[in-house]
Write a protein that binds this ligand. Structure first.
Ligand code: IMP
Length: 434
């Protein structure tokens, strides 16, 4: 329910391991929004949006970018690879988006080439214990932010200050790079590139916190989209197999520089089954033919790295954690059509750990790795779902699957996605109360 004033401040959050289809829901909700904001992460994310048959694989750009009348914000909680962002902007333009509004926070940190080298270097050292990162430099960039030696987008517009900051950062980073046997960086080349990026991105760089607070005052509708998801949260995920920021709704106020009290709705996005890329425990993983079949039907390959995603049955224990931490107002369930013709279907409703039944995710990897899934079995359906326009048009077995999820999570499902296109979305509950 929209509370606290006439404007809508929505947060979209992934409840599993990312790749739930958040891009489609953001794009769907965007038509009611004035502003769409990416609040954390960087170009490790891959948001797919299909508009008029064109598929946009977005990485750093917010999913509202294809809507001409929406302002898209990359907030201070994000990390930005300026070279990759400039390329992404060109790609989107080439795909037909002629006009767009983009604002980039002057406080967002810059992913430097040495962050990418170090991301790879840490993984090499970790060997069998590697995280399986996207190798985009995300972790090392957030490390520098916390170590207070990072460079920020606003620095690009102040050449003298940038010079000082880069000299300091490089003095530390080159020592680290050499310790890993990597080539150190020359100041001049990096500096020249940064100035060039600054020139290109200057029209977009601003104080986005000021912009957003003014927009709230002006009763604008704002959608915050998280990249990655609950289980990849640095605080609450399967640490260390996580990303280096928090995709949770509770991170939004800090990531965007707005007061927490203005958030009206949190929408949790879940897939009808589970997927994971990268390493780390996955209790419901299907390392078998069924897993391969779901991967093929669901085209489950990484948007960024093209890695085949690991596949599993829907795990409501992890989704329940997201609901508990973020207080979801509604759920959106994605890729339901992928499950058509699979029979029976299983939903994980608890874990067995050391002979005990639990319904939460333990904090240590060693415990999570020992958890065995407790399943509830459901009858599958064979009727094609892609033409369904309402919940009532879905097969009875499919309705049962969805109703169980709602009851288990004590949260209503508002949207059901039965295909990648915009119009393949069933509205079960009206979030806007039209
Ligand atoms: P990093 O974010 O590149 O440091 O990777 C850390 C972990 O998060 C790895 O397991 C990645 O596969 C995973 N990860 C990062 N971004 C995404 C995403 O957008 N979708 C799914 N997994 C992701």
């Amino acid at each position: 329910m929209v509370q606290g004033g006439p404007n809508m401040i929505f947060v979209i959050e992934g409840t599993e391991w990312g790749d739930e289809g958040k891009g489609k829901i953001t794009d769907y909700l965007a038509r009611r929004m004035d502003i769409v904001v990416r609040h954390q992460g960087g170009n490790n994310a891959g948001h797919s949006v299909v508009v008029d048959g064109v598929r946009y694989a977005l990485q750093s750009l917010p999913s509202g970018i294809t809507h001409e009348n929406i302002t898209n914000v990359i907030a201070n909680g994000c990390v930005i690879n300026p070279k990759a962002l400039i390329e992404e902007i060109s790609r989107v333009k080439d795909n037909g988006v002629k006009r767009f509004n983009l604002l980039i926070s002057n406080r967002a940190h810059i992913i430097m080439p040495y962050h990418i080298d170090l991301d790879g270097a840490y993984e090499e050292v970790l060997k069998k214990d590697k995280i399986g990162t996207t190798k985009k430099g995300i972790g090392p960039c957030y490390m520098d932010k916390m170590a207070r030696i990072g460079l920020r987008m606003g620095d690009l517009l102040e050449p003298a200050y940038l010079k000082e900051r880069l000299e300091d950062d490089l003095a530390i980073k080159n020592v680290e790079l050499q310790a890993f046997g990597k080539k150190p960086y020359e100041f001049d080349l990096l500096y020249k590139d940064l100035l060039k990026y600054g020139k290109t991105l200057k029209p977009y760089i601003t104080d986005t916190s000021m912009f957003l607070n003014k927009a709230i005052e002006e009763k604008k509708n704002i959608l915050f989209e998280g990249a990655q998801a609950n289980m990849l949260c640095i605080e609450n995920g399967t640490y260390p197999y996580v990303t280096s920021s928090s995709p949770l709704a509770s991170s939004v106020p800090l990531d965007a520089g707005i007061p927490a009290k203005y958030i009206t709705n949190v929408i949790g996005i879940l897939k009808a089954y589970a997927t994971r890329v990268g390493e780390g425990p996955f209790v419901t993983e299907l390392n078998n033919e069924l897993g391969d079949k779901i991967r093929d039907i669901g085209h489950e390959y990484g948007t960024v790295t093209k890695r085949p995603r690991r596949i599993g049955y829907l795990d409501l224990v992890i989704v329940k954690q997201a609901v508990r931490l973020s207080g979801m107002s509604y759920l959106a369930i994605m890729l339901l059509d992928v499950l058509t013709s699979l029979n029976p279907l299983m939903i994980c409703i608890g874990y067995s750990l050391n002979g005990r039944e639990i319904d939460y995710v333990p904090s240590t990897i060693s415990e999570v790795s020992r958890c065995k899934p407790i399943y509830k079995e459901f009858k599958g359906w064979s009727k094609d779902l892609t033409g369904a326009k309402s919940f009532a048009e879905l097969p009875k077995e499919c309705q049962d699957y969805l109703s169980f999820i709602e009851n288990y999570l004590h949260t209503p499902i508002a949207l059901i996605s039965v295909g990648p296109e915009r119009d393949k979305t069933i509205i079960k509950e009206d979030m806007f109360h039209d």
